[in-house]
Design a protein around this ligand. Structure first.
Ligand SMILES: *Cc1c(COP(=O)(O)O)cnc(C)c1O
Length: 446
């Protein structure tokens, strides 16, 4: 076993050490070599050493270098080395984080990490939380709590009786709400389309002056960090409106919530602590390994009621059992990686990470503007939208960039335009990466 684990660690170290020099997207040839994995399930097994060797020989070359410094696709973060190391150790522990009795260490680290996050985001101290797979499931869990609370207020126990015959729940979304909110609403029986859409402004911010008149159970989903522009919905006026109407405010802050950690960006999140629930990701801007999302809910009782699972063999334990706060039972100890990131970075380190990525994004935007290309958004955070003239030309540039391999950036649509979207979410991105990125894009854009 020693040789096997050390061999895997050495391979991983080689992989991470070379990530800055390899092309970001794999070559077509390395992707074709993946066909060697498509063999019939063998009758007899293979040595563990050769399993790991095959994984590395065939698998590693066809990965995308998302952990390096020049991957700007979607809003994917890298992973801090300390979080990879902590994750390895936690994987070796193989702890089930469902119940404290299954893993006192996992339970304590989750509790500590959640407390630190509440503190970092300056949320109400009573806020409860759960580690889930990503912001999609974080919104799912938080909106389940919202559904519970809003219907309980009119005397309906949705978790016992379901939505059949329940009083209607009005769900209000900005026009620019992330698609994951629609999925969460669909999974919760609230309906992807059965929503009131509120107009957004030029940067994609929900227009608080366009919020509707509502009565009865109401949930409004606001956004801290538009996936295209990085813009923030005006949380203070949205919370004013919600207070007047008894509505629940949920904030999708998958990446944008981390702006709260930086004194220079915190103004963007003004009003954040007035919301009722929040969804964010660890695997984006905090740079912990996949997967890691975090659901936060001010009202502990609503989250617990909506996630309740009782069975005779699971008596109350008197301590915080993670599974009573989220939709999963058995799962990995995600809190370990988050604890390690926050312990390593401290408040200053998180702020610096956020600030550094924003600075890189601004430099990329400046470099491309100077080169004569159109940056379509106000670069308030880590997102840059570039238009190279018309859709066909923009698509050609994106294709050339992805084939070239110096960096990776993807396509998006913004206000009817086809754009290149550059998201800077990696701790590993350096000034040199930014220079190489701008030079490569300028070289590849005819
Ligand atoms: C990435 C993202 C999500 C979805 O997060 P996952 O971690 O992929 O589930 C939701 N909302 C916003 C604004 C995002 O950027």
């Amino acid at each position: 076993m020693d040789d096997l684990l050390l061999d895997a660690a050495q391979r991983a170290v080689r992989y991470r050490r070379s990530i800055g020099e390899r092309r970001v997207a794999p070559t077509q040839e390395t992707i074709e070599r993946l066909d060697a994995f498509r063999e019939p399930l063998a009758q007899r097994g293979t040595s563990a050493a050769s399993v790991v060797a095959m994984l590395d020989d065939l698998g590693s070359p066809a990965t995308v270098a998302t952990s390096g410094g020049r991957y700007f696709g979607f809003v994917n973060g890298s992973s801090l080395p300390v979080t990879v190391a902590a994750n390895w150790l936690a994987t070796a522990w193989d702890q089930n984080a469902a119940l404290a009795v299954m893993s006192p260490t996992a339970a304590v680290l989750e509790d500590v990490a959640l407390g630190w996050l509440v503190d970092l985001f300056e949320l109400p101290p009573e806020t409860a939380g759960a580690f889930v797979t990503g912001a999609t499931m974080a919104s799912f869990a938080a909106l389940a709590a919202a559904r519970h609370a809003q219907l309980r207020a009119v005397g309906w126990d949705v978790d016992a009786d379901g939505l059949f015959g329940a009083p209607p729940v009005t769900v209000v979304l900005g026009e620019e709400a992330h698609a994951s909110i629609g999925r969460a609403l669909a999974l919760l029986g609230l309906g992807r389309e059965r929503v009131v859409r509120v107009a957004a402004d030029a940067q994609g911010r929900l227009r608080a002056d366009a919020l509707p008149n509502v009565t009865g159970p109401t949930i409004v989903c606001a956004q801290a960090g538009n996936v295209n522009t990085g813009a923030f919905d005006p949380l203070d006026p949205i919370c004013d409106w919600a207070n007047r109407n008894g509505a629940w405010v949920h904030v999708d802050g998958a990446f944008g919530m981390w702006a709260a950690a930086s004194t220079r960006r915190a103004h963007l999140t003004r009003g954040l602590a007035r919301a009722d629930s929040w969804a964010t990701d660890g695997h984006k801007w905090l740079n912990v390994p996949y997967d890691c999302g975090i659901a936060l809910v001010r009202d502990d009782a609503s989250l617990r009621a909506s996630m309740a699972l009782s069975a005779a063999y699971l008596p109350p334990s008197g301590t915080r059992d993670p599974m009573h706060y989220g939709p999963d039972a058995s799962r990995r100890a995600r809190g370990v990686d988050v604890w390690a990131a926050l312990k390593f970075l401290g408040r200053d380190g998180v702020a610096e990470l956020v600030e550094r990525c924003c600075r890189h994004a601004a430099r990329i935007a400046d470099g491309l503007t100077v080169a004569g290309f159109d940056v379509l958004n106000d670069v308030v955070l880590n997102q840059v939208l570039v238009d190279f003239g018309d859709a066909a030309r923009t698509l050609r540039v994106i294709d050339a960039v992805q084939r070239d391999g110096t960096l990776w950036a993807g396509v998006s649509r913004w206000h009817g335009r086809t754009v290149m979207r550059v998201s800077v979410s990696s701790w590993a991105t350096t000034d040199d990466d930014v220079d190489r990125t701008v030079r490569a894009i300028v070289r590849l854009a005819p």
